[in-house]
Ligand binder design. Structure first.
Ligand code: C5P
Length: 217
């Protein structure tokens, strides 16, 4: 029997990554942050001095990544840089890149590592493309202003001196690219439960998500 999958999708800085980690912990499931895969492709290209706008090079890079490379990249601190995030948003629009990363994500969902009883995958297209049969689909979102404020505070917390207008513009540009791309655009699955956490505490978001999980599983 296949193992239950919890799909958590949503835009940048929606809190979906934190929620996915807490849900995975609460359920004892394996967790895959799929954004890290796209970030890994971008970071590999940036380090090689490759042109991020070169679709063939991006596809070749995505195809060349082994599970060991992915594991190493997910622990690389440069993965969280804004330049890496912007690069990820660019390469993720390339159909060949998405195709190359599809099998890895599906295999993780079908066979969660360490014998875990299920998997949580968080990203943009888990409920729509990667795992359309997921037992639970959550779409986590918040207004663009709230998300930009969160990112602004996060950057300040890292000792940076961001300009709020720049952070907001960057957030809008990333939303635009993610929602308007031709392949696997960011959109809630028709059967996803939408959680808008603009005015919710992290605990309220977790409680809401776990209530949905218990109802569906
Ligand atoms: O979630 P995160 O910010 O790490 O994702 C980085 C970028 O990777 C996103 O802006 C998006 O363009 C892309 N991505 C994607 N599909 C996913 C996960 C991330 O296109 N499943």
């Amino acid at each position: 029997m296949s193992r239950p999958v919890i799909a958590i999708d949503g835009p940048a800085a929606s809190g979906k990554g934190t929620l996915a980690r807490k849900v995975a912990e609460a359920m004892g499931y394996a967790l895959l942050d799929t954004g890290a895969l796209y970030r890994g492709v971008a970071l590999t290209m940036i380090r090689a001095g490759a042109d991020l706008g070169d679709a063939d090079a991006a596809t070749a890079t995505a195809r060349s990544l082994t599970a060991t490379d992915i594991d190493r990249l997910t622990h690389d601190p440069d993965l969280r840089l804004d330049t890496t995030a912007s690069g990820a948003s660019r390469v993720s629009a390339v159909p060949g890149v998405r195709q190359a990363l599809l099998d890895f994500q599906r295999a993780f969902a079908a066979n969660p590592p360490d014998g875990r009883p299920g998997a949580v995958l968080d990203g943009r297209d888990i409920g729509t493309v990667i795992c359309p049969d997921a037992a639970v689909k959550l779409f986590v979102t918040a207004s663009v202003d709230v998300r930009a404020k969160r990112r602004f505070a996060e950057l300040q917390g890292r000792g940076e001196k961001p300009d709020f207008a720049d952070v907001l513009a960057d957030m809008r540009a990333r939303d635009d690219r993610d929602t308007k791309r031709a392949v696997a655009p960011l959109v809630p699955a028709v059967d996803a439960v939408i959680i808008d956490n603009s005015d919710m505490s992290p605990q309220q978001v977790l409680d809401t998500a776990l209530a949905v999980v218990r109802e569906k599983l």
